[in-house]
Design a protein around this ligand. Sequence first.
Ligand SMILES: [Zn+2]
Length: 310
Amino acid sequence: MITREGSMRALLAVIAGLAALAVLLLAACSSDDASSGAGTKSVVATTVQIAALTREVAREKLEVHGLIPPGADAHEFEPTASDLKAIEDAELILRHGIGLDDWLDDTLKAGGRAKVVTVTEGITPRQLDEGEEQVDDPHVWHDPANDKIMVDNIASALDNFDPAGKTTYDANAKAYKAKLDETRDTVQAIISEIPPENRKLVTNHDALSYFATAFGLQVVGAVIPSISTNAEPSAKDTADLLETINREHVKAIFAESSVNPRLATTLARDAGITIVDDLYGDSLGEPGSDAATVDGMLLANARKIADALK
Ligand SMILES: [Zn+2]
């Protein structure tokens, strides 16, 4: 029997096939006139957040090619052959730094002519305890104040890359920073609906420290006690966290859209509390969704957190 879901899947496969064909045809057409200089200049962004912020600043003036796709685990990313080609061909690469896109270094060593700009320049990373050592927390985009610094860095990178567009980039950056200010106020209002004694976060990995600090929440633990997703918690780590959850009367565990929620789900079941498994920790929503932008992601997270902790 063909289920409704099955036929929908078949239809999607056909659409995907047609889209791929269209891309091939377009590529075949454009390769002929590539030397004419016609068309939009393009920039490469390593993370999905930087790609989204750059689209706000560039709008239709530049094509933005993001390497890490929405929904992917940024900590586990490995560039594909087509990513390597994009890096090699790029004139401008906007990168995150703070250990999140170290894979770019090897690729750059192999060649390429791109100017590389680290867009978190000027942000002082928070220090998180990871076992015995302190590490820089790369998840800076969860604080709108940091996003504004990134927008400024992106705007000045684009101004240098394409001086003819400077007026537009600067105006777009100013408008988006105003939107981030508005977003900060709305997020703060949403979080303030949570009773103060419930403002406690347990996340899948340590991704929400900047958000918690910016909006007055307390991170009481993480299922994977690491800023990265590739660490394995020990049985003792998990037992200690369960004890903390019970003692602090934590109401929910927040897993992320891009990380397997298996352990977090088990822990939530053992503690008898809610599991929210689609928070945007390291990723943004699919293109076209409400959370495809950085401001939309911040609002979506605030609502998910408030709904579960109220
Ligand atoms: Zn992360």
